[in-house]
Design a binder for this molecule. Structure first.
Ligand SMILES: [Zn+2]
Length: 457
């Protein structure tokens, strides 16, 4: 049983940080690691009994899979990422029932929910339910696959050593990933935009379309058991309104509205796409209302900033979660980040241009670097400033200066690279936002190994 209302204020109270803080999810290294470890119980491997006839497998891979036992068959909600992990969950479920699989339901088309379906199915041919438009407009253009793979590996910390690994914010660090997608079975039943109410194996079940993390997301409602399966529109972390691996715009306002819609059902149990279920009508409903409000607040702050003529940088530094919500365990920024969300909303609604004519045609990076060096009193002075920033644990500034120094023909570019590596590790240690932490560390390792070209530096 989780404790979603447990206050995390004590973690913040311990915060004491040397150097300059440059991000909203940075605290002193000991606190950061304690916070990330405190999240671990959300995806410890377990079969959680959700109701008399419903079981959820948590921690068998990154996402959850659920098992609903009806009179003459079972229903599977989501199937993990590949058949190896899915087979382990399926085996665990079979302790509760050996009835045939009548239906599989995909809450949305992300691979961590769809790739293991074959492992649940024997000789039967279950109906496979998915939303109208399933798979469309949710992912990236394959044209950018090469870089998306690289960035994805960094965000999830796939190549980090065990000593560097913590977790992925809403998922464990060590997942079986060699067979992703190999068990995928295509949908056979399309849920129309208006939704669908039906009965499978004598279980009344409703499918409601709910665009959010993806446009093809839906939540599943069991009216008799009063259990709601939210998919990835809710989990125990501030939502990933933007993924730093690179994503098309996720409709933030629709996401907030979809979660508000779920709250209206007042579920007795809320089963997220990742992390532990929440039990109790009050706790589940409050969590959904809070979640919707938090997303809406970030959206509204961004819109106000945009219309006041502020740049994404300004708004990202100003955005705050409402005071009464920021310490809720399901809104701590372990996975999603409010500042990143601001930038995503800005770009999603207006594109890259921030409206300031200065940024219409900025100087090329090398020109900027040369002028910065001249301003500092020459490349040597700029290099000294870069080293001083690292010394003072002003890591973000050290990074920014190292990115200038790398363009200077007469500067010590090897030193700049070393400073960048050290600054990235300094920032990583402070981060309790898992994607940021994993990205900083992965990138530092890539730089150190010499795998990255001078373009990346
Ligand atoms: Zn997921």
């Amino acid at each position: 049983m989780n404790t979603p209302t447990k206050a995390f204020a004590f973690l913040f109270a311990l915060t004491w940080l040397t150097g300059v803080v440059s991000g909203q999810t940075q605290v002193d290294p000991k606190t950061a690691i304690r916070m990330l470890n405190s999240q671990q119980h959300q995806f410890e491997q377990a079969i959680v009994q959700v109701a008399d006839n419903i079981y959820t497998a948590v921690g068998y891979h990154g996402a959850n899979t659920s098992f609903i036992v009806g009179t003459d068959g079972v229903i599977i909600i989501d199937t993990l990422r590949g058949p190896t992990s899915a087979a382990k969950a399926a085996e665990a479920f079979r302790k509760y029932s050996d009835k045939p699989v009548k239906a599989i339901v995909y809450t949305h088309s992300h691979g961590d929910h769809t790739g293991g379906a074959s492992a649940f199915v024997g000789s039967e041919k279950p109906d496979i339910y998915a939303a109208n438009g399933f798979g469309a407009a949710t992912g990236l253009d394959p044209a950018v696959d090469p870089i998306a793979m690289q960035r994805g590996a960094r965000q999830f910390g796939r190549k980090l050593s065990p000593a560097e690994s913590t977790n992925r914010g809403v998922a464990p660090a060590s997942t079986t990933d060699h067979d992703g997608g190999e068990g995928y079975l295509p949908p056979t039943v399309t849920v129309p935009s208006s939704g669908l109410k039906t009965t499978i194996a004598d279980v009344d079940i409703e499918f409601h379309l709910a665009p959010g993390e993806t446009n093809d997301a839906m939540f599943i409602w069991l009216p008799n058991e009063k259990v709601l399966f939210s998919g990835d529109n809710f989990y125990h972390s501030f939502p990933n309104l933007y993924a730093i691996r690179g994503t098309p715009y996720r409709d933030v306002l629709a996401w907030s509205n979809s979660v508000a819609e779920m709250a209206k059902f007042r579920p007795h149990v809320l089963v997220p796409g990742h992390t532990m279920p929440i039990r109790g009508e009050e706790a589940s409903t409050t969590a959904l209302k809070d979640y919707s409000e938090a997303i809406r607040s970030v959206y509204d702050q961004t819109i106000r900033g945009i219309n006041a003529g502020k740049s994404p940088d300004q708004i990202a530094h100003e955005v705050k979660l409402p005071e009464h919500l920021k310490d809720k365990t399901y809104l701590i920024q372990f996975y999603g980040s409010a500042p990143h969300a601001v930038r995503a909303i800005y770009a999603g609604l207006l594109g890259w241009y921030d409206g300031n004519p200065t940024t219409l045609n900025p100087l090329a990076p090398k020109q900027q670097a040369e002028k910065m060096a001249a301003l500092a009193g020459g490349p040597q002075k700029l290099t000294e400033q870069m080293e001083a920033a690292l010394q003072q644990q002003d890591y973000q500034w050290a990074l920014e200066l190292s990115d200038h120094v790398k363009w200077l023909d007469e500067a010590d570019r090897k030193l700049a690279r070393q400073v960048k590596i050290a600054a990235l590790r300094g920032l990583a240690a402070r981060e309790y936002n898992a994607p940021n932490r994993n990205y900083y560390l992965s990138y530092a390792n890539e730089l150190e190994s010499g795998r990255l070209s001078d373009i990346w530096f």
